[in-house]
Write a protein that binds this ligand. Structure first.
Ligand SMILES: Nc1nc2c(c(=O)[nH]1)N[C@H]1C(S)=C(S)[C@@H](COP(=O)(O)OP(=O)(O)OC[C@H]3O[C@@H](n4cnc5c(=O)[nH]c(N)nc54)[C@H](O)[C@@H]3O)O[C@H]1N2
Ligand SMILES: Nc1nc2c(c(=O)[nH]1)N[C@H]1C(S)=C(S)[C@@H](COP(=O)(O)OP(=O)(O)OC[C@H]3O[C@@H](n4cnc5c(=O)[nH]c(N)nc54)[C@H](O)[C@@H]3O)O[C@H]1N2
Ligand SMILES: [Mo]
Length: 757
């Protein structure tokens, strides 16, 4: 389905394209979020739920992982946060009658948009092997199906347990405990497709795989680089923080192939002038870099710093390792390669350099524009080299700021959702729970798909997310998933992963963050961690979407009990009744979480320790911050081809499509568009408005085709193209992944445009 011209009445046509916008948010943002909220949940419910969004006694926004400020305003949320809430708090329902009307084969033909618009899942549903229909099933029988399938496997490694980054710390901790007690580290997660490259690069160079700045640091910075990130759409609250930083004296430079609206001008809807005026000009400069040019850009700046001796010798001598080797490597830099890789002029790069040497304190923020390339880990390591050269680590107003996606993706990793768990974590589990966890590494997301394809993973379980649509190489992945014996999805909303399944399939409907969670010990709250390592409580306020829903924690614990029986002495039932008992275990197992129960009870929570931020201490193999030597390889695209990045529109949350508007980029009523520079179009002999197929070329010789896209002439960097994910995931080869992190290269896909078939 994803690969064909959509015929679904809900999508596409009449597709309209208007000029891109230069500013973001303001009144249209507020209006849009309310329109969407009212349509999904009506006015009364909208006001009730939005009032509690991101308040200290309310629930954490399920939208993104940007932190909440100290002084929260009445409506501390953004347009897209409000849409994420409305999506979950919708009054539409997917009932057993719905599944009786729609066979699975029909659902598989629907678009992601249509599936998401059907509403909240209400009851556990089972599709037996050989059947084309889901039918209602009791919770007990559903657990029985999973337990029997798991116990029947030749080895626990024949099952894989995926997590999406919305799971709370309590659910995540219980889940990894169950999976390890069952006997495998096969814990792939959405992070494998997201910030894994950041974690890999940062652990090696600074000793901790997380960002080193807090919100307060932004206000102390002289220069903030926003690289490979579109905050106006994906982290709108970050724009307010940037606006404040700017007022406090920071300059801001955007590095991006696209002139993203929010970065250029921002109208803060919470301030009068944001609503009526022209808003704040956010970026002082915009470097329109070619896709994948960032390693070259940072290396060039680093070489200039070295040449001018504009480096922090004291930091380098005292805190770093590997400088001489790195400097020798920099001296070999080839400027022709830099210009070819970046597509920038030498003057562009010198402008940035001039800002850098004027700035005492620098922060680099980034997201998927840096993490989803073959050389993502070397690129992020080069960013670290850049900060190290001027001592911009471990002091106020300076540091690394990978901006996370899913609202609790960072917390899930802290809680042990990781296919490559560190030895100390496994030891702590063993000591606390008295069983020996598996020591060998498990499968990440890409390895899980390969293992399903090869028949070595037979049971696939997902705590949230939409694995089939989010992962690369859609056709290959769908075939792999269909080879399994059983797939199980713990979900709030209907999605493609319920329609493309193993032989047998289960849907286990769960409570969302907006909903009240009452267990025998009373009303529960859960805890989450944001992008800046702040941990705090979250509790919902709405009545659950259906009386049959169970919380993620309860589902995991009941399933563990059904599967493991007497094999462990872990008190699963007590955990499900009182999440405080899980937090007590977190205190003893997870580093930095001592007194967790007391600290999360404080209004606003607490901040996890971070050796670099707190003490300028680097827990690496050398005990210092490590310079790394990263080869500059120019990604050259064959004649007549383009380098495609797959990205998000303003009207989606990953695979959840809210609507068909990407209003900042001027796309209305459809999603199958490809943005190409007008000069490239002229060279290729293709016109704006023409319909083309995107054809992927990769070294495995397989032709990958995403059919029927409208060409949009757009000011992206030369030689580059952009189109929305997940429609273009068919083009991302499964085996095209980043070095070290194994993240799919969703931001550098080589394609050509062919006349629509
Ligand atoms: N509303 C909304 N919010 C979200 C999400 C959502 O889907 N909708 N998703 C959440 C998740 S899970 C995540 S991970 C984040 C994602 O947040 P982003 O990373 O902002 O998301 P993308 O749309 O993938 O945008 C990538 C950006 O990088 C740029 N880019 C692409 N390639 C390159 C490159 O080679 N170099 C440079 N310098 N720039 C490049 C693109 O032009 C684009 O601006 O957002 C989170 N928040
Ligand atoms: N080509 C390409 N592919 C990409 C990317 C890209 O930029 N380009 N980005 C990658 C990135 S950064 C990410 S993070 C992944 C995202 O991958 P996933 O996290 O797997 O996907 P989502 O679309 O966020 O998952 C949405 C589904 O989660 C379920 N859900 C929502 N809330 C809850 C909840 O509270 N509990 C439970 N149990 N379920 C819930 C709903 O059923 C919903 O349909 O995609 C990756 N794939
Ligand atoms: Mo993500």
């Amino acid at each position: 389905m994803t690969n064909e011209k959509p015929t679904d009445g809900l999508t596409e046509e009449p597709l309209k394209v208007t000029p891109p916008k230069e500013w973001s948010a303001g009144i249209p943002g507020v209006t849009k979020s309310l329109e969407y909220s009212y349509a999904q949940m009506g006015a009364g419910r909208s006001l009730k739920v939005l009032r509690k969004l991101n308040q200290k006694d309310g629930f954490d926004c399920p939208g993104c992982a940007w932190p909440d400020g100290e002084h929260r305003k009445m409506a501390e949320f953004c347009e897209n946060g409000a849409k994420a809430v409305a999506e979950e708090a919708t009054v539409r329902r997917v009932t057993p009658e719905f599944f009786a009307r729609h066979p699975v084969s029909e659902l598989a033909e629907r678009t992601d948009y249509w599936l998401g618009q059907q509403g909240r899942l209400t009851e556990p549903m089972f599709k037996p092997a050989g059947s084309d229909h889901y039918q209602p099933v009791t919770w007990t029988d559903a657990y029985g199906v999973v337990a029997e399938a798991l116990r029947g496997l030749g080895s626990p490694d024949e099952a894989a347990f995926y997590t999406s980054g919305r799971a709370s710390n309590e659910a995540a901790f219980a889940y990894q405990l169950f999976v390890r007690a069952f006997g495998t580290n096969n814990l792939p997660d959405c992070s494998n497709m997201c910030h894994e490259s950041s974690g890999s690069a940062l652990s090696q160079t600074i000793g901790v795989g997380k960002g080193s700045v807090s919100l307060d640091d932004l206000n102390k910075a002289d220069l903030i680089l926003v690289v490979g990130q579109n905050p106006g759409t994906n982290h709108p609250r970050m724009l307010s923080a940037l606006e404040e930083a700017k007022a406090a004296g920071a300059s801001i430079v955007a590095v991006n192939p696209l002139p993203e609206a929010g970065l250029i001008r921002f109208k803060n809807p919470q301030k009068p002038r944001g609503v009526v005026g022209r808003g704040t000009k956010l970026a002082d400069d915009f470097l329109q870099i070619r896709v994948n040019g960032d390693l070259a850009l940072f290396q060039a700046i680093n070489r200039m710093l070295l040449d001018a001796d504009a480096i922090d010798r004291a930091f380098i001598d005292e805190h770093s390792s590997g400088f001489e080797e790195y400097a020798a490597h920099l001296r070999k830099l080839d400027w022709d390669d830099v210009l070819a890789a970046t597509g920038l002029t030498r003057a562009d790069i010198e402008r940035l350099y001039a800002r850098v040497v004027r700035s005492e304190r620098i922060i680099v923020c980034w997201a998927m524009g840096l993490t989803q390339h073959r050389n993502s880990v070397p690129t992020i390591r080069e960013v670290v080299n850049f900060l190290m050269l001027r001592g911009n680590l471990g002091r106020p107003g300076a540091g690394v700021c990978p901006v996370r996606g899913h609202s609790n993706v960072q917390g899930d990793r802290t809680m042990g959702i990781w296919e490559k768990p560190p030895a100390h974590f496994l030891e702590a589990l063993e000591k606390e729970f008295g069983f020996r966890p598996p020591q060998h590494h498990g499968y990440d997301t890409v390895e899980t798909i390969r293992a399903m394809r090869d028949g070595t993973v037979k049971v696939f379980f997902a705590l949230g997310g939409n694995f089939v649509a989010a992962t690369p190489d859609t056709d290959a992945t769908m075939a792999a998933v269909r080879r399994t014996a059983l797939t199980v999805q713990v979900s709030t909303k209907l999605n493609r992963s319920h329609a493309v399944t193993g032989e047998a399939a289960l849907i286990l409907p769960t409570l969302g963050r907006t909903e009240v969670d009452v267990q025998p010990s009373g009303a529960q709250f859960v805890t989450v961690e944001d992008s800046m390592s702040a941990v705090h409580a979250s509790s919902g306020t709405l009545e659950p979407a259906s009386e049959h829903l169970r919380s993620e924690v309860r589902i995991v614990c009941e399933l563990a009990q059904a599967t493991l029986g007497d094999r462990t002495t872990i008190p699963w039932a007590a955990f499900a009744d009182d999440y405080g008992l899980i937090r007590e275990r977190i205190e003893r197992v997870v580093p930095g979480c001592d007194n967790y129960r007391e600290k999360v009870a404080r209004p606003g929570g607490f901040v996890l320790p971070h050796a670099v931020r707190d003490r300028r201490k680097f827990n690496t193999a050398t005990g210092k911050a490590n310079f790394t030597v990263n080869d500059l390889v120019v990604l050259r695209v064959p004649e007549g081809h383009l380098l495609l990045q797959t990205l998000r529109s303003h009207d989606q949350y990953n695979t959840t499509i809210y609507g068909l508007e990407d209003r900042y980029r001027g796309v209305h009523g459809g999603r199958r568009v490809v943005f190409v520079n007008p000069d490239d179009l002229t060279e290729l002999g293709i016109a704006d408005g023409q319909y083309v197929d995107l054809v992927g070329v990769w070294r495995d010789g397989v032709t990958r085709r995403a059919a029927h896209f409208r060409v949009v002439s757009y000011p992206t960097a030369r030689g580059c193209a952009a189109a929305y994910y997940p429609e273009t995931n068919v083009l991302v080869p499964l085996d095209s992944t980043a070095e070290v992190s194994n993240t799919p290269t969703s931001k550098s896909v080589i394609i050509r445009l062919e006349n629509a078939s």
